[in-house]
Design a protein around this ligand. Structure first.
Ligand SMILES: [Zn+2]
Length: 340
């Protein structure tokens, strides 16, 4: 690899992560959903072409559920199945005739609420226009609410509850956000399910463990979630990335999947059955960085990366986080002057 050239290209990326992913992985899918005058279109970033069909359909050659292997009439395929949850901002990516209604409901009821809680703090302050997203947040005690309207955040708080502390001179505020109890494993599996939805059909037979663990509590033991936070607002459009290992003799996950929106990136490894049989859990090395993006060194600061290992924790009890953020201006309304 010519390091000089690489360094020149990646001024806005973290150099170490760029080298790591360029060395070990190839991007096999990288698509971005863009809003153009109120409508959405998808751009294939690998070919720089617009995908003209309004829905991007992931489908298999036969009408069989990838997750439970059942076919009609034992199962139905009637629902519009979103490949990625709408609360993350997905509008156009759907699964067609390869995810049955039962499995779709299972993932929506059992896995996705855990992912929603895992990134709740970001969803509350991000204005992601998706069904079931955080258009409206209520504190546990129901004394505080947060909504988004026309690009601004509105907070209403009952007197006596200190949800927000405000520094009008520095134009900084701190917001308390209540996070429900959730399972980190289930949050991981909600992201893993997205990755398995878009794996090439020819490869799914080598991912039996990954498919089966979606519906039980098993883990292989080397799973993790990478959560990148990019300081600022509306930094990135909704995008998905699938990276495939270049060399099958290297003991790293066969695939890396990432979903991006606004100011976060969620990434998980996807281990094949063969990976699970050859990777030594005791010497497995966890990555320090997510897949590089051109936003890694943004105008408001460098990306902040957290790696959550599934072998160390599963259940996260309900708790409250405090987010600090800058704002441009504020308007105060009292109860007699409702905000419309
Ligand atoms: Zn199914």
């Amino acid at each position: 690899m010519d390091e000089k050239v690489t360094k020149f290209i990646c001024e806005h990326m973290k150099y170490d992560s760029l080298l790591y992913y360029a060395k070990y992985y190839d991007a096999v899918l990288f698509q971005t959903q863009k809003e153009v005058s109120g409508n959405y279109q998808v751009v294939n970033n690998l070919t720089s072409s617009i995908i003209s069909n309004p829905l991007v359909k992931f489908t298999d050659s036969k009408c069989e559920c990838r997750y439970c292997k059942q076919t009609k009439p034992a199962v139905t395929f009637k629902d519009k199945v979103h490949t990625f949850p709408e609360f993350l901002g997905n509008k156009l990516f759907v699964n067609k005739d390869n995810e049955c209604d039962d499995c779709n409901h299972f993932f929506g009821d059992k896995l996705e609420p855990n992912l929603n809680s895992f990134i709740k703090a970001l969803l509350v302050v991000d204005d992601i226009n998706g069904k079931g997203g955080s258009k409206k947040y209520k504190s546990f005690n129901k004394m505080g609410e947060i909504t988004h309207k026309n690009g601004s955040i509105e907070m209403s708080v009952v007197e006596g509850y200190e949800m927000v502390s405000d520094d009008p001179v520095e134009k900084k505020m701190k917001i308390k956000i209540d996070i429900p109890k959730y399972s980190l494993r289930s949050a991981y599996k909600a992201i893993l399910k997205m990755a398995l939805s878009i794996l090439p059909e020819s490869e799914i037979s080598d991912f039996n463990f990954a498919f089966s663990c979606l519906k039980n509590n098993d883990i292989f033991g080397c799973e993790y979630i990478i959560l990148n936070y990019y300081p600022g607002f509306n930094i990135m459009p909704f995008s998905i990335m699938l990276y495939k290992r270049k060399n099958d003799t290297v003991p790293i996950p066969k695939y890396q999947f990432a979903v991006i929106n606004n100011n976060f990136l969620l990434q998980v490894p996807v281990f094949s059955d063969n990976d699970i049989s050859i990777i030594d859990k005791n010497s497995f090395s966890y990555p320090k960085d997510g897949i590089p993006t051109i936003y890694d060194k943004g105008p408001l600061g460098e990306v902040q990366t957290s790696v959550y290992r599934l072998d160390q924790v599963d259940i996260v009890e309900r708790h409250t986080v405090e987010l600090e953020m800058n704002y441009d201006s504020r308007e105060l309304h009292d109860g007699s002057d409702p905000v419309v």
